[in-house]
Design a protein around this ligand. Structure first.
Ligand SMILES: Cc1ncc(COP(=O)(O)O)c(C=O)c1O
Length: 394
């Protein structure tokens, strides 16, 4: 065990700002009463700008994967043709959910580490008439790649105007720009433990008018995740089932901090932290998995270098309290991932890079002391280092 406080830098759950932690400890309220209705109303209103929607945001008590399942079962019927554009482990999961419920899924696979190219999607849709839904992952957390949803959506609308666009925004919405209405996204999903600086336990979903209409005829089985029931309950400031009230307290406080910073400020902070992480890791001699043109500003994946004794190296950074994520699926044991979303400021990034530098020196890797931090600072400045309100920095 480390004698240091844990420095959790995985791509969610993230660390929590102190006021968010305190919020989670508040006394319970009646989830059928007016105080609760006000809490739910505040959360929905504050989330809208981050989803880029004027419509409703539905609150589900479940993990992000439950949100993906809700997206699928609410608008599709068994046998529907679905094109799942996958770029990693989470794209695979989304496709799997649709398969489990009996959709006829065609996977359009993109090499892990790269983004889906609009021209490739165009060709696939042209080859596959009658597609009922397209599944996309906005930010593929397993590879550190952000897909160009706006461009992909434009292609989808042109080539397959009837197809619904279902987007996994679990590790993007609230951290990087997302415009559900302007981009024509029919369902978008995110989770409380990611950009929202709160504990795990809730998924949030936006749905377009087309998606609400599709729910009336969709035949996949659904009960707990039936979004129509949630919409009905939301009209009276409630959820159909008992919600995770303590997580909502946290989300409410996280959103208060995010509103104070403004969405543009939140996005700029993530941009700066993403650029700093990538530059710092490169300065430490790590090759990055993602194509720089589509590198994510919420998570970075780096290759474990040939010849590095990973057990010794990770033992050194773990002993200093740092917690990073490993690889998933076929990248297990081959990469490590650094999360930089939610409660993250440049100082956190500089701190984790300094720990990785210490760990490198401890196992005899040739690094120049201070080089990673310097490279990260420079990259953050070039990315337009955001001035972060003190409340968020604490
Ligand atoms: C892109 C993406 N989709 C889906 C999920 C699944 O979320 P959960 O673990 O909350 O089910 C994650 C979690 O890391 C994710 O990053």
């Amino acid at each position: 065990m480390s004698t240091f406080e844990t420095n959790l830098r995985i791509p969610g759950p993230t660390m929590l700002p102190p006021t968010v932690r305190e919020a989670g400890g508040r006394q319970m309220i009646n989830h059928r009463g007016p105080e609760y209705a006000a809490l739910q109303g505040r959360i929905v209103a504050a989330m809208r700008p981050f989803f880029g929607t004027a419509g409703d945001v539905v609150l589900l008590t479940c993990a992000g994967s439950g949100g993906l399942e809700a997206a699928v079962v609410n608008v599709l019927s068994p046998g529907d043709r679905v094109l799942a554009a996958t770029t990693g482990a989470f794209g695979d999961r989304f496709a799997k959910v649709a398969e489990v419920y009996g959709a006829s899924v065609r996977r359009l696979e993109t090499e892990w580490g790269r983004a889906i190219e609009p021209a490739v999607l165009r060709a696939a849709l042209a080859e596959e008439p009658g597609v009922r839904a397209i599944l996309l992952t906005h930010n593929e957390t397993s590879t550190g790649v952000t897909n160009p949803v706006a461009e992909l959506s434009a292609v989808a609308r042109e080539v397959a105007p009837e197809a619904l666009l279902l987007v996994d925004g679990v590790s993007s919405i609230g951290a990087i720009p997302f415009e559900a209405d302007a981009w024509g996204v029919d369902i978008a999903v995110t989770g409380s433990q990611k950009a929202w600086m709160a504990a795990p336990g809730m998924a949030f979903i936006s749905a377009s008018d087309r998606a609400w209409a599709a729910m009336e005829t969709a035949r996949m089985p659904r009960f707990y995740l039936d979004l129509r029931r949630h919409r009905e309950s939301a009209a009276t400031g409630q959820t159909p089932w008992t919600p995770a009230v303590a997580v909502m307290y946290q989300v409410d406080e996280g959103l208060r901090l995010m509103e104070a910073e403004t969405p543009a400020g939140v996005f700029a902070r993530h941009r700066a932290c993403g650029a700093a992480t990538r530059a710092g890791l490169r300065a430490l001699g790590f090759d990055l998995l993602a194509d720089p043109a589509c590198a994510s500003d919420t998570v970075t994946a780096a290759w474990v270098p040939e010849g590095l004794d990973w057990k010794a190296f990770s033992g050194e950074y773990k002993a200093r309290g740092l917690v990073l994520a490993g690889g998933q699926g076929k990248l297990k044991g081959r990469i490590f991932r650094v999360g930089h979303l939610g409660f993250i400021v440049l100082d956190h990034v500089l701190g984790l890079l300094a720990v990785l530098e210490e760990a490198s020196l401890a196992v005899g890797r040739p690094v120049e002391p201070g080089a990673a931090v310097a490279a990260a600072q420079l990259a953050a400045r070039e990315a337009g280092r955001a001035v972060v309100p003190q409340e968020v920095q604490r």
